[in-house]
Design a protein around this ligand. Structure first.
Ligand code: HEC
Length: 103
């Protein structure tokens, strides 16, 4: 990823976390990177095409993101999205793991 893009995203995440309800880096990145648009608010998806992530194990989420990054696991969206999340895998996973899976 281009450094300038990474810096832009980091600044956006920072601004977002300072100015809104986001209270962790993981939450800010989940929202700024647009994970939310498919996987739902707080990782609770209500679209069967997109798996829910709320309450999943931290290590498992990190592993899935790494598998999408390396291409070991294929999905046209996730291979791109997981690369955007580089450096934030764990903070996003920690945020998702503590969300209540039930609406
Ligand atoms: C354009 C829609 C879209 C966006 C945006 C998106 N995802 Fe996904 N994600 C998917 C789909 C579809 C799958 C299921 C892929 C499959 O069937 O293998 C998935 C799977 C996953 C999985 C594995 C879940 C499982 O049950 O196997 C994780 C973890 C994940 N996404 C995290 C993220 C994160 C973190 C972001 C933001 C950086 C993100 N996703 C953004 C569509 C999306």
């Amino acid at each position: 990823m281009k450094k300038s893009l990474l810096i832009t995203i980091t600044i956006a995440a920072l601004a977002f976390s300072l100015s809104s309800k986001a209270n962790s880096q993981g939450e800010a990145m989940y929202e700024v990177l647009g994970c939310l648009s498919c996987h739902g608010q707080a990782g609770r998806s209500n679209d069967e095409n997109y798996p829910s992530l709320a309450g999943k194990d931290v290590e498992w989420i990190v592993q899935q993101l790494e598998n999408f990054q390396s291409g070991e696991r294929y999905d046209e969206y996730m291979n791109a999205m997981a690369r955007m999340a580089e450096g934030f895998e764990r903070s996003i996973a920690e945020y998702l793991s503590i969300q209540n899976p039930k609406n």
